[in-house]
Design a protein around this ligand. Structure first.
Ligand code: PLP
Length: 391
């Protein structure tokens, strides 16, 4: 089986399992306990925090561990917006892009529905890019927060985050970016990016499901969403997932070094982008009518996404799986839903075409031979589904 659904999730890496194992077994302490087992757990947690902070180029105190990307996004959107409005009731608007993950979009809609915030949705161009002009045009003196994802999970488009964060900063508005898909593949230094908050998820990087991180710049206030014993400096109560934090820190460090590069050492992002481009070319050449979705070059090294007009995405997926290739029709969260993807509609793609979307996403171990075989399978699968439609 060729697994081309790494944007949905990745297997846990051996190094990660080895790093977390002690905290699930012998060193199982609660970091809040005042005995040696508890202290060992607290040390492991602060080590994991320092490791993540090093990769992000921030202070350990600016890192909050969460249960995943969804919780990190919820905490950022709700926590920052509510805290800002508490200091100034006029700060009553939130800006999100038209292609955010539901973890961001639904958090913003919750603030609108339950807390009376106004929501401004900044449009994207036909490749899924938010331009600095579009963001500038939508900002108001009442804007409390801007949330624009780093890289999109369905189409792979990478935003000019640094430029967009600068626009927000010119207006004195904090900028959050969902880097769940970008982390590991793209530069993630918070100072270089100029962002105030970043969400990351462990299971996209080779850690088990259920661990995440939210970075929030020190001076920014954050209203907690989970109340209790005051763990994570009061930002996220609940006994900490020590093994999960160690796993995420290990996975992030490894992915960052291997894929983005290390010092003078180039990473795998370049070579994987070349494999992606060869795959895209092959699909576009061999599948009649195939359309690439997302930006032709400003895209994640690991994502190739298409529409195959005249098919249904779900039938192509079934046929591909029969041929030994596992991929997805878009985001894992929207899988199983019949509605066309809001991300593709936001690019101006017609609903009947959007329903034919298929996403291929790889991890850095993908080979040229696998992708060549996958491209052949795509041509065969689309051909047989189109043939069925014509009968
Ligand atoms: N944000 C993006 C861009 C994602 O792709 C995902 C997961 O697919 C999430 C957030 C949610 O992360 P998690 O699965 O860790 O809750």
């Amino acid at each position: 089986m060729i697994f081309l659904d790494a944007a949905a999730t990745t297997p846990a890496r051996r190094e990660v399992l080895e790093a977390m194992w002690p905290y699930l077994t012998g060193e199982f302490g609660n970091p809040s306990s005042h005995h040696s087992l508890g202290e060992a757990a607290a040390n492991a947690l602060s080590g994991a925090r320092a490791t993540v902070a090093k990769v992000l180029g921030c202070r350990p105190g600016e890192i909050t561990f969460t249960s995943g990307g969804t919780e990190a996004d919820n905490l950022a959107v709700k926590g920052i917006a509510l805290a800002r409005r508490a200091t100034d009731p006029a700060l009553n608007r939130i800006v999100i892009s038209a292609i955010e993950h539901p973890a961001v979009e639904e958090s913003a809609r919750y603030l609108q529905r339950v807390h009376g915030f106004d929501l401004d949705v900044v449009p994207v161009d036909r490749h899924g890019v938010v331009t600095a002009e579009a963001l500038r045009a939508i900002l108001r003196p009442e804007t409390a927060l801007v949330c624009i994802m780093y890289a999109n999970n369905e189409i792979g488009t990478v935003q000019p985050v640094r430029q967009l964060a600068e626009v927000a900063a010119e207006h004195g508005v904090p900028f959050h970016t969902d880097a769940v898909q970008a982390a590991g593949w793209l530069p993630i230094g918070v100072k270089e990016l100029g962002v105030d908050a970043i969400s990351i998820s462990g299971h996209k990087l080779g850690a088990p499901k259920g661990s995440g991180v939210l970075y929030v710049k020190g001076r920014l206030k954050l209203e907690p969403l989970v109340h209790g014993g005051g763990q994570e400096r009061g930002r996220r109560s609940g006994t900490e997932n020590v093994a999960g934090a160690v796993a995420l820190a290990t996975a992030l460090t490894l992915a960052h070094a291997e894929q983005s590069g290390h010092g003078e050492q180039p990473g795998l992002a370049g070579p994987v982008s070349e494999l992606r481009d060869a795959f895209i070319r092959s699909v576009l050449e061999t599948v009649p009518g195939a359309v690439l979705t997302g930006h032709p070059s400003q895209r994640l090294p690991s994502v190739a996404s298409f529409c195959f007009p005249g098919t249904s995405g779900e039938s192509v997926l079934l046929e591909l799986e029969r041929l030994g290739v596992v991929c997805s029709s878009g985001s894992a969260c929207a899988a199983g839903s019949d509605a066309p993807s809001p991300v593709l509609l936001a690019l101006g793609i017609q609903p009947e075409v959007a329903q034919t979307a298929v996403r291929f996403s790889f991890n850095s171990t993908v080979t040229s031979a696998e992708l060549q075989q996958a491209a052949k399978a795509v041509a065969a699968a689309v051909g047989s589904v189109q043939g069925l439609g014509r009968r």
